[in-house]
Design a protein around this ligand. Sequence first.
Ligand code: CA2
Length: 155
Amino acid sequence: MPNTIPVPNTIYVVNGPNLNLLGAREPELYGRATLADVEKLCRTAAERFGLAVEFRQSNHEGEIVDWIQQAHAKNAAGLIINPAGYTTTSIAILDALYVLKAPIIEIHITNIHARESFRRHSYVSRAARGVICGFGVDGYALAIAGLAAMIGAKE
Ligand code: CA2
């Protein structure tokens, strides 16, 4: 058997608090797509580049930290994170992201710069290679395409 190192091909898509409510509340802000729709969209976008997706959502900071550590332990090819309300508060999530060597993309459904000023400061951005916001849930597909380009995954 050839002694080859497997190429990492799994990307983690991690969603923070309240994103389980997508589609059910505040559609004027976040649209009508549900989180299940977003998961499907991510899988379809990733398949084009031969990438697999671990799709997660949690309302709990520590669980998100655990998944980031898991992405590192499993040698994930990259991580896309919508930290939601933890964007502006979580040094614990930032510290976990700093450990990850694979590229990180931060994504927000809305344009956080056009909203309340407190939404504009992101701890997570310090660890992110790229940030996408304001494209609605299509931003997830854009994040996957951008990540694929960063890691050299071809269509
Ligand atoms: O625009 C984004 O994706 C945000 O990360 C969403 C967060 C917000 O705190 C950030 O400033 C921007 C809020 C997520 C809450 O998600 C909901 C979805 C549907 C209904 C209610 C909340």
